[in-house]
Design a protein around this ligand. Sequence first.
Ligand code: ADP
Ligand code: MG
Length: 719
Amino acid sequence: MDDSPGVADRGITLRELAGRPVTDLNGVGVVKAKSLAAVGVESVLDLIGFYPRRYLDRSREATVAQLEPGTEGMVVVRVDRVTARRTRKGRSLVEAHVSDETGKLRLSFFNQPWRERQLVGGMQAVVFGKADEYQGSLQMVGPVVDLIGDRTGRIVAVYPQSEAAGLHSWDVDAALGEALRRTMAVRGLSDPIPAEVRDRFRLIDRSDAYRAIHRPESMAEMAEARRRLVFDELLRIQLALVRRKVELERTLVGIAHALGPTSGSANLVAEFHDRLDFDLTGAQQRVIDEIFADLSRPRPMHRLLQGDVGSGKTVVAVTALLTAVSGGHQGAFMAPTEVLAEQHYFGVAGLLEGMTVLDPATLLGYRPLKVDLLTSRTTASERRRMAAELVAGGVDVVIGTHALIQEGVEFSSLGVVVIDEQHRFGVEQRAALREKNRDGKAPDVLVMTATPIPRTAAMTVYGDLDVSVLDEMPPGRTPIVTMWLTEEEEVWPVVLNEVAAGRQAYVVCPLIDESEALQARSAEEAFAELSAEVLSDLKVGLLHGRIARIEKEETMRLFRSGALDVLVATTVIEVGVDVPNATVMVVLDAARFGIAQLHQLRGRVGRGVHASQCFLVGEAPTPDSEERLKALVRTTDGFELAEVDLDLRGEGTIMGERQKGRNDLRLASLRRDREWVEAAREVAIGLVSDGSGLDTHAELVDEVGLFLGADESAFLLKS
Ligand code: ADP
Ligand code: MG
């Protein structure tokens, strides 16, 4: 006999299953196939990846006779008779009379008229709910009902059903039974995960995993299956991300920036650091070193800087920009909004005032370092002037919004780009930036986010970037005390007191919705009311997105200078505003804001030597909003809050912020499976860099393409 594995001995690949329509299966005809298609199941691969919604552990079931009024229980019953009527108050009421050998039970459903169609006489159903006694007989009101057909077994998988598509859990189950029999019986599934990886993480074989996720003998076995399939999902994503990162590094040509004093060039970085009236924190120094290491290499940097509000990211950003300028290149600093761009502009221009750069073309051999602002509000003639200067190298640092990457803006030599707040800035924009240099050299890119996201989420969402973390606050901050109050009355005396003591306050108005117009009106109303009543003795300013730029600048200037006591604002002040004398932050109707937003808003105070307070005002209408507010009261640690946020909101929101493809996460959860994200990343890095260039892992590479689509896998297939 020949020992070498022939085609027939090799397991079936997922790619092969993707090529088999479900109609290949016995018992799946045109009608079934149509209902399956309605839930996205067209191939046998789709089918085996259509995971149970939950499992019924029938070893825990009781008989009707064992049900105790007042306690919860699960029974398997037969539907005997169903009636539907209206109550005197006009509510729809469906009653199902069900039974097993030991007794009878009545199920009552209010306002669920479809139950009449769902519960047909003669059906088997698993019923879970609280039993009580009504008019001498046993009943359950609004129990959870799962129709299981005639399926037996200790653990029953329950699949998502679709009333509209006429798809029942047992239809799925029957088709799956056939699919599993057909695939597993002869060849089994091929398993592309190297054996040593499986051993190391004690992962079961892929065939076993697919069988056990659908037909577990025990809940423990189901958990094993889930572990394995979760790992597969996460590994595919990490392979795509890690490979993309490696590929970018391999193909892009960047600038190897000179560090430190070199003959003939200015050392602007040292000059800048000397000018600061504080020492860098250890974290700033460490992150700057990480960035320097990247900048000095010829491959372009792609680094994410995570740093909590107030951790001092600006100094780091300016250091990177000046490194470029020192070597005769240019820096660009992009902000997500006009207001922020303007603020960064004033901040950075202030920090760099009076600095000079070498310029042999001038009489003196040097000229003032030039910082400019380019937004969509820049007038056409200004824009023309700036475009000409940018391409000639007369502007050293340009700060702006997306306007910066619009057509027509070209640079003499763009060396470093800092992007504030990645999640409003996609991959395409990054690509556009690369086109900006005439010599085709890709600039180094530093992405900054003040919204910390949990480590494992960062690995998934920003998996193609290197990550630096500013995890240390500058010294001399006084902790912010946060309070949650349902009524606002108690807040105003505090504001009056603080102002009397020379401090300033922010009042953030309720969040109406995404509409800037409504938001502006809400701010105007709050402003009118407060300045006419409780705060009538104070100097109150108003800031929102609809106010003209000149006026906005003036208001900010007045607030910064202390000429205004209170600033009533929308979330336009969320990021970037830096007034160390402000010590009170009042957020009205705080439950409407998300954790990250409240954390950002709170970060506007506590920036100086005076003790600061943050008041979150208003009721919490939902348990989630209550959790959010309590978390903010409990901690000021952005990373801890990010974990809470992930727990409360799930990964959907984080994932949604980046491009497609990540919806391969069917079983895996960035919350529950944190350690698996790390394991998968480590394995992916190992596979990508094991010297064989993934050639030996062709099947895995193919699966990345199969699940994540052509875009995601383009990098994988290229090499
Ligand atoms: P972020 O952008 O991370 O929220 P900023 O860069 O705006 O934070 O810095 C917040 C404040 O802390 C600024 O007033 C800045 O001057 C100050 N700051 C930054 N680094 C230090 C430091 N090492 N020591 C003291 N103050 C610092
Ligand atoms: Mg900042």
